[in-house]
Design a protein around this ligand. Sequence first.
Ligand code: SOE
Length: 391
Amino acid sequence: MSQPLRVGMVGYAFMGAAHSQAWRTVNHVYDLPAPVEMRVVSGRTEASVAAAAARLGWAGHTDDWRTLLTRDDVDLIDICTPGDTHAEIAIAALAAGKHVLCEKPLANSVAEARKMAAAAAAAQQSGVRAMCGFNYRRVPAVALMRQMIAEGRLGTIRHVRAHYLQDWIVDPSYPLVWRLRREVAGSGALGDLGAHLVDLTQYVTGRSITEVSALTSTFVKSRPLPSASAGLSATGSAEYGEVTVDDAALFLARLGEGIVATYEATRFATGRKNGLRVEINGSLGTLVFDFERMNELQFYSRDIPETEQGFTRILVTEPSHPYLSAWWPPGHLIGYEHTFTHQAHDLIQAIAAGRDPAPSFRDALQVQLVLDAVSRSAETCTWTAVEPVSV
Ligand code: SOE
């Protein structure tokens, strides 16, 4: 076992709690090349960050993230703040020689994402690593889906059909939280949910989106200003403000090698709580992943006698499935939080092995370029090419 990996985290709300759970757990589940130590969490308000540190298991706390940069006992900075702060924190952390894990989407604009990818490329020369947190890649069923597609089990891929449906802002009196303000979040359903779809579908197919035709819509244009918020819950005041992001983003896309695709990201799908679904149709079969049944994969194969063909349900809980040998006996299901533990595991392994983790900041910049093409296409009502990645 080598030196411990000492973590400092910035932000401690929903994502901060999910990441903390992962850092707390990963040592106890996996046999790691370096044990994790949860050194310090930072937030803006002394009393709140002190309480969060105690609740989430951090040894210390600070009300100034910049102090993490100069601490010799912090090796990695985990960024769990809203998108408007990602670039500044990540670039400063990399310049200070700290590894970085940054929540998705990487940034609020292509310009910021490009600077972050450039900073990561420069830091890589001295062995410093940077990863973007697209946690749904680490669902075992999704990793299995990728493996099966890479093995050719679907033959030639023709269709990608992806949606991410939530409903937490369907009530017009739900307050104007930071996720609904462009200057903080960058975009709405597009960056928050669509970014996952773009990453996930490109990850499982191994193909990149090349052009898009999109539309976006904002159904509720003004909302009460929040008087308090925690995670996705909030209460409103009497004063109203303007919603400056999309409530829904839909697009058609072409991926490499003739694949055609449809994408839908919305926070207005009444009754859908975290409905992330990806279906891939190929010449030999189909695979379907649905997060609300995250321990399963639906598989249809034409490679068996016609009389026996039909969708089968693969229960992805075997020790031979990705990530699962360290968890429970077959049939004992895992949940949302495990994806973050798997993410921590993959990052630690990459750092210890001296290789770049995936998705790298460059990979996340490519996702940002797709989101940017979607926004431009929606504005101009035209098919729009995705700019090639250049750092
Ligand atoms: C809110 O829409 C949210 O928490 C996203 O920000 C996450 O990325 C997604 O996993 C769950 O929903």
